[in-house]
Design a protein around this ligand. Structure first.
Ligand SMILES: *Cc1c(COP(=O)(O)O)cnc(C)c1O
Length: 347
């Protein structure tokens, strides 16, 4: 596997730290009745990748933006949900590279609270100078981007279209890179990684991790915790993209197989971007035990899944489980009422 042959523009603060979550591990082990307790939980800090407060889109954008520049683009177009972290990070990358940026935001939740519709990620999109326009929930966002690209081309611009979440074989290379980084880091620390767990949405993160870890023959299983689609659909999306990513990398056909792709979509709740009690509890617990901020849409639901699976005995005592923190804490400000926080103390 030779990642170095793909054009890349350095945007991130890499490598990201790999740190133990000792308090959370101890807290969950303390609840367990089985002798030996629970697994050792670790966190890969991809919330610290830099680029407008960081997150998992930075790694993808290093390859996507290099491709845009190679094609002579002067403008990028992308799309996402209203509180898209991908949109925010794309706007920041475009600003840094002197490209114009158009963002189409899909109203997937119907929320009308101005904190949700205008603050948090939306505020940052605009701070980075992006042009933001809205589309109703259920719109064909890929088609909307092509229509806009056509309009801009007719005006003499050179637009480059980035799919939602930056999830195509070019973007997924960023998470092939993360797989290589993680395996090298663990080797250096003398750490045996038994499981990798993370939130999965548009599939590029899991596809890149799977292609990278399978390509390295690492035998480390990846579990994606879904935030939107049902399990069959999520696994099919990840498998298709992991296969295309492996092809793009030049790995032999058949390297990535269906058994390498596992998603658990039991923690979505009512839908994408809609808070669940498990998410609220996970965000609070990790904030209190580890001083770490998760997000309401992705990493909070991913962590809710991880915590529940630990409690159900899914992992063996002493196993090392790495949670990839994909970022997104900016989105907390879009959900000010979701957390039922205590009133100020009297004095
Ligand atoms: C986009 C995103 C994800 C999901 O990554 P995909 O590659 O879209 O599956 C997870 N966490 C956060 C914070 C994100 O912004």
């Amino acid at each position: 596997m030779n990642l170095a042959r793909f054009p890349r523009i350095r945007l991130g603060h890499l490598p990201t730290p790999l740190e133990p979550m000792e308090n959370l591990s101890r807290h969950l082990a303390g609840e367990m009745t089985a002798p030996g307790g629970g697994p050792n939980l670790w966190v890969k800090r991809d919330d610290c990748t830099g680029l407008s407060t960081g997150g998992n889109k930075t790694r993808k954008l290093e390859y996507l933006m290099a491709d845009a520049m190679a094609q002579g683009a002067d403008t990028v177009i992308t799309q996402g949900a209203t509180q898209s972290n991908h949109a925010r990070q794309t706007a920041a990358a475009a600003a840094k590279l002197n490209l114009a940026c158009h963002i189409l935001l899909e109203d997937r939740t119907g929320y009308t609270d101005p904190a949700y519709t205008q603050s948090a990620n939306v505020m940052m999109d605009k701070l980075h100078g992006a042009t933001v326009s809205r589309r109703p929930g259920g719109a064909d966002m890929a088609a909307e981007m092509e229509t806009l690209a056509g309009t801009l081309r007719a005006e003499g611009r050179r637009p480059y279209v980035i799919p939602g979440g930056g999830s195509n074989p070019t973007g997924a290379l960023g998470y092939v890179g993360c797989a290589l980084e993680l395996v090298a880091q663990a080797a250096e620390m003398g750490l045996r990684i038994d499981h990798v767990v993370h939130a999965t949405g548009s599939a590029g993160t899991q596809a890149g991790l799977v292609a990278g870890l399978v390509g390295l023959n690492s035998a480390i299983p990846v579990l994606g915790i879904g935030v939107r689609a049902p399990r069959e659909k999520q696994e099919a999306n990840v498998l298709a993209l992991a296969t295309r990513t492996a092809d793009h990398l030049g790995l032999p056909a058949g390297t990535v197989r269906a058994e390498h792709v596992v998603a658990n979509c039991d923690y979505v709740g009512q839908g994408y971007g809609i808070p669940t009690q498990g998410m609220v509890d996970a965000v609070k617990l990790v904030a209190e035990k580890e001083g770490l901020l998760l997000d309401p849409v992705y990493s909070g639901k991913g962590m809710a899944g991880l915590i529940d699976l630990v409690r159900r005995g899914h992992f063996k005592a002493g196993e090392n489980v790495v949670f990839i923190h994909t970022g997104g804490a900016v989105g907390l400000f879009g959900y000010p009422d979701a957390f039922d926080l205590p009133a100020d103390a009297a004095a």
